[in-house]
Design a protein around this ligand. Structure first.
Ligand code: ADP
Ligand code: MG
Length: 252
């Protein structure tokens, strides 16, 4: 694996304006190109906050003060707009219709390419290619609102990958999916990760569902700090999951 750091947190502490204390405390974390990382931790431990630092949500949408630095493929938190971060890290939506911008699935997938003023014939080819990869080719003329949760997620993933965005961010991607759809979703993420070499971050508390496919490392958070950053095998063998109130996997 290449050792280029795609994401680098250095002594990073962040406090929301609306909070009396820091939510992230002295985070040091490197994530390398092509890695697939699972982030776990109790509710309120700062997982979503960590990921919001990678797409400009923090500080542009959720303001606060910070020290240290966050660098996303060369772009620095505090000096980069949400739009400019969108070329580095794409956030895959939950089951929320609000984020769909196209009248049809095809239009939605093409949206970022239209923004970049790509030629029509190239755009159609890209849309078809990615629709096939995420298995929504038969749905291109549908309204995004009419899709199932799993299908919406696939369209959202395609919309990020079609623009060659190097980092994919998932915040609880299984939340609105039943067990079968959740498994399919994890399998698809795994295949796309292998095929494209995209760097993947998944926040998910359904540990045994995510670990149905391989991940490179698990980051365990507690009260705004990283308390473990280990390969799955060694973390699962340790007593850390019990210690920090994370459910032990049912098998493994
Ligand atoms: P997790 O994703 O691990 O459940 P979060 O990062 O969402 O945790 O939240 C961590 C802490 O930050 C919580 O105490 C939460 O109340 C606080 N927090 C999250 N978002 C905001 C916000 N937009 N403004 C102020 N406080 C927030
Ligand atoms: Mg969260």
């Amino acid at each position: 694996m290449s050792k280029k750091a795609m994401i680098q947190f250095t002594n990073f502490t962040f406090q929301y304006d609306a909070q009396a204390e820091a939510t992230l405390k002295n985070i040091n974390l490197s994530i390398f190109e092509g890695e697939k990382i699972l982030i776990i931790g109790a509710s309120g431990s700062g997982k979503s906050t960590l990921v919001k630092c990678l797409n400009g949500s923090i500080p542009q949408i959720d303001p606060g003060t910070w020290s240290g630095s966050v660098n996303v493929n060369g772009k620095e938190l505090g000096k980069t707009s949400v739009y400019d971060f969108s070329f580095e890290a794409g956030t895959v939506i939950q089951d929320t219709d609000a984020q769909f911008v196209g009248m049809t699935v095809a239009e939605d997938m093409a949206f970022s390419l239209e923004n970049d003023e790509i030629e029509q014939s190239v755009m159609v080819k890209s849309v078809n290619k990615w629709a096939e990869k995420v298995e929504v080719a038969h749905l291109l003329k549908e309204k995004p609102q009419n899709l199932s949760g799993g299908q919406k997620q696939r369209v959202s993933i395609a919309g990020v990958l079609i623009d060659k965005t190097p980092i994919l961010l998932f915040d609880e991607p299984l939340a609105s999916l039943d067990p079968a759809a959740g498994k399919e979703s994890i399998a698809l993420i795994d295949e796309l990760h292998r095929q494209t070499g995209v760097t993947v971050l998944i926040i998910e508390h359904r540990l045994e569902d995510v670990l149905y496919r391989e991940v490179d490392r698990i980051i365990l958070m507690s009260e705004g700090q990283i308390v473990a950053d280990e390969k799955p095998d060694s973390l699962l063998k340790s007593d850390l999951l019990e210690k920090y109130g994370i459910r032990e996997p049912l098998y493994i």
